[in-house]
Design a binder for this molecule. Structure first.
Ligand code: CA
Length: 265
């Protein structure tokens, strides 16, 4: 038997006045979310908060549904585009992100001054030994397994598209002036494409969800180096944020670590 431990931290960094990142850990639902808001006048923090809260609420209600909360859950899931190839909880995560998109757009409609706000989101939802992973934008999720780090999510950024097309090297993308341009976000276009994938979890897997304030400052090799000795999760979060700040702290930094541990019982 395995159980899951998780820890998250967020930091404004050294250059920004506001922290527009947001994260949530829902231990009961085994749901972990990071969102990185954008938009003038600190409205980014409104978008990221709305999204994270909306996703957590959707998933927890689905776990324990009551008719007045959700209506017929199947109907809602189907309207979000039910994918028979995916596990039910992966479909729930995808529908939760679509519901979050609706919430962000709704908030913009109600208050025109919020126009232009948006947010990335990356989520991990574990059920019955299967990890559902979903993302929109450039917040990332990595898996560390047997000492190797692997980025599971693809960045929805202009520079990543150029790398895939062969016009830029990964190294050029890291320092490109347009590296922060995201091609997908919640709050932007009314239809948003969400990448969803799933994989079996193994004992000792470690997942890292983070905003680009971490990965803009630290390379994957630097991240794995900080996690190699398997420090306690809280210490590991602190070390990652400290290192990102030591490399300049140019943006808000958020990290959530999720560890699959063997259960002594
Ligand atoms: Ca950011």
């Amino acid at each position: 038997m395995t159980s899951i431990r998780a820890c998250g931290q967020t930091d404004t960094g050294l250059a920004r006045e506001h922290n527009e990142d947001c994260f949530a850990i829902d231990a009961e639902s085994h749901l972990y979310v990071v969102a990185d808001g954008m938009g003038g006048h600190s409205y980014g923090e409104v978008a990221s908060r709305i999204s994270v809260d909306s996703i957590c609420t959707f998933v927890s209600r689905r776990r324990d549904p009551s008719p007045e909360d959700l209506g017929p859950p199947e109907e809602i899931l189907r309207s979000a585009g039910y994918d028979d190839q995916l596990q039910p909880h992966s479909n729930v995560l995808k529908a939760a992100i679509l519901a979050a998109q609706e919430q962000v757009l709704g908030a913009i409609q109600e208050d025109v001054s919020l126009r232009g706000m948006g947010t990335t989101v990356v989520g991990l939802h574990v059920s019955d030994g299967i990890a559902a992973v979903a993302n929109v934008g450039d917040s990332r999720i990595y898996r560390i397994r047997r000492g190797e780090i692997e980025q599971l999510s693809a960045d929805h950024t202009w520079v990543h598209e150029q790398v895939v097309a062969g016009y830029l090297s990964a190294e050029q993308a890291r320092s490109h002036p347009l590296r922060n341009v995201v091609t997908r976000a919640l709050g932007g276009e009314s239809e948003v494409a969400i990448d969803v994938q799933e994989m079996a979890v193994e004992e000792a897997d470690l997942f890292l969800l983070c905003s680009d304030g971490l990965t803009g400052m630290l390379r994957d090799e630097e991240i794995i180096e900080l996690l190699r000795d398997e420090p306690p999760l809280e210490e590991a979060c602190q070390n990652l944020i400290k290192a990102a700040n030591e490399h300049g702290g140019a943006d808000n930094i958020t990290v959530v670590l999720v560890s699959i541990v063997s259960d002594p019982s």
